[in-house]
Design a protein around this ligand. Sequence first.
Ligand code: NAD
Ligand code: ISE
Length: 345
Amino acid sequence: MTLNVGVIGTGMIGQDHIRRLTHVLNGARVAAVTDVDLERARTVVDDLPGAVVHETGQDLIVDPGVDAVVVTSWGPTHEEYVLAGIAAGKQVFCEKPLATTREACDRIVEAEVAAGRRQVMVGFMRRFDPQYRAMKSAVTGGEIGAPLLMHAAHRNPSVPPHFTSEMIINDSAVHDIDVARWMFDDELAAVTVLKPRTSSKAAAGFHDPLLVLLELRGGVLVDVEAMVNAGFGYDIRGEVVCEDGAVELSESAGVVVKRAGRHSGRVPENWRERFVTAFDLEFQAWIDAVTAGGTTGPSAWDGYAATVACETGLAALHSGQRIPVVLRERPDLYAKSAAQEEVAP
Ligand code: NAD
Ligand code: ISE
C-alpha cells in the first residue's frame, strides 16, 4: 500500500521532506501540496507526478486523496492545521513546534484525547539520530551507572536577520529540551538562563550565546550552550555523565584524517547535513506506523511539554531567575513513556 501524503508549507524544510518522501523513503508519495505562497507550491508540484495543489491547507486536509498530512508551515499556523487534521480523522506529522503557546498545545492535546487515539507526531528528529540513540542505550543500559549530568552544545553557524535571543530558546534549544526529556524519560522541573559575554557577531540587543540550565524532576541537570553565530559550522555536542562512566556524541560527520602530526575532519554545514539520517529514519518510522494504522515517536504531549519549557525559558531569560516548569496533568492517552512508543531504527 502507498500512503498518499499532503504537505502544507513548501518552504525550506517542506521541500526537503517532499524530496525524502518522493526519492528516498518507501511506502509513501506526495499526493497534494499547498502553501500560502501558491506560486511556490505550484513550482514544487511540477516535479511531483500526479500531485495536486490546493488553495488552502483546510482544502488539502479534507481531500479524500490525502491519507495523512505533513505540516511544515510557519509555527504560528501549526495549531489550526493539526486541529483540522485530527477533526478529519487523519494522521498528522507536524514539524516542531507543535504550536507556539501552551494554550494552543493544550487545545491539541484535548482534541486528541477527545478523539480517543494518537493522531499527531511532532518532528523532534534527534530522537531518531543514530548517535543520540546509542547514547540513550548506553544511559539506560545501566553499564555506566545512574545519570547525573548532561553537557550539551547547539551551535549554528549563522541565522537570518529576523532571529532573536528568544528564538535561540524556542527555535533552537527546543531540540535540546526534547532530548533532555527523552534521554532521561523525565519531565523538567525548572529552567534558568544565563547570558555570557555577547558575541561581537550578534546583532545589537541580541544575547548570543545563552547558557540554558534544565533541571529534571529526578535531579539530573542538563546545561545547554546555545549559540547561533558560531561561524565555523553546525556543531552539536552532548555528553552524559553517570556514576560509573560517561557517554559522548562522537564528532558529528564523516571521517577523521590524520596527517603530519595532526588530525582533522568535517564540521557539518547545517542541520540538514548533520541530521539527514535522523530525518530519514523519523519519516520512515512515521510512514510505517501510519500505514499500520497508528503513529509513533514524539507525541502531542511531548510537543506540549516542550512548548511549556520554552515559555518557561523565556521567562527565565527575561527575569534572570530560576523559573519552575508547571505542566498540566498528563492524560492517560500519553501514559506510555517515549521509550515504549519508539520503533527501533
Ligand atoms: P520557511 O519559511 O522556509 O517555510 C515555511 C513555509 O510555510 C513558507 O513557504 C510559507 O509561505 C508557508 N506558510 C506560511 N504560512 C502558511 C499558511 N498559513 N499556510 C500554508 N503555508 C504557509 O520555514 P522552514 O525553515 O521550512 O520552517 C518551517 C517549520 O519547520 C517551522 O515550524 C520550523 O521551526 C520547522 N523546522 C524544523 C527543523 C528541524 O530541525 N526539525 C528545521 C527547520 C525548520
Ligand atoms: C532550526 O529551526 C532547527 O530546527 C534546527 O534543527 C536547529 O538546529 C536550528 O537552530 C533551528 O533554527
